[in-house]
Write a protein that binds this ligand. Structure first.
Ligand code: DQA
Length: 149
């Protein structure tokens, strides 16, 4: 088993009621449950953290070094603004998969750029809650090449 931390940033605690026409009706709790179950089926021990505070997310990324084998992150709006988050990911040298529920490239111009993307293995966006499952599969395949995960 590999250990993976799923990080969710600002406002994602409101999933389910927050602009469901954009982000869907699935709550963050439901996403976390699905990730935990799916993760176990592809050899990942998944834990979760959501915070509305940039510094809490940065502390969690630092704490992941030497503890976690990979990270999945939906940094919410911090994606488009936070050099500090980018630096934190670069500093811990863990594989990171970036997730967004919505297709950020099909939305306002300010959402098209990501400070996470340059330090991530890749970005998954536009597939709603299913994107987190795709991210787990991507991380499982990266951590165990040839596993077919
Ligand atoms: C988001 C996209 C961001 O632009 C936005 O600020 C969010 C959610 C997404 O999952 O689609 O909070 O990261």
């Amino acid at each position: 088993m590999h250990d993976v931390l799923v990080l969710n940033g600002p406002n994602l605690n409101l999933l389910g009621t927050r602009q469901p026409e954009v982000y869907g009706a699935t709550t963050l709790g439901m996403i976390e449950d699905r990730c935990t179950k799916h993760g176990a089926s592809v050899g990942l021990n998944v834990s979760h953290l959501q915070s509305n505070h940039e510094g809490v997310l940065i502390d969690a990324i630092h704490a992941a070094r030497g503890v976690q084998d990979g990270l999945i992150v939906n940094a919410g709006a911090l994606t488009h603004t936070s050099i500090a988050l980018m630096d934190a990911f670069a500093s811990v040298e863990l594989p990171v998969v970036e997730v967004h529920l919505s297709n950020i490239h099909a939305r306002e111009a300010f959402r098209h750029s990501s400070y996470i993307a340059p330090v991530a293995l890749g970005q998954i966006c536009g597939f709603g809650a299913q994107g987190y499952i795709f991210a787990l599969d991507a991380l499982a395949a990266h951590l165990t090449p040839g596993s077919g995960a």
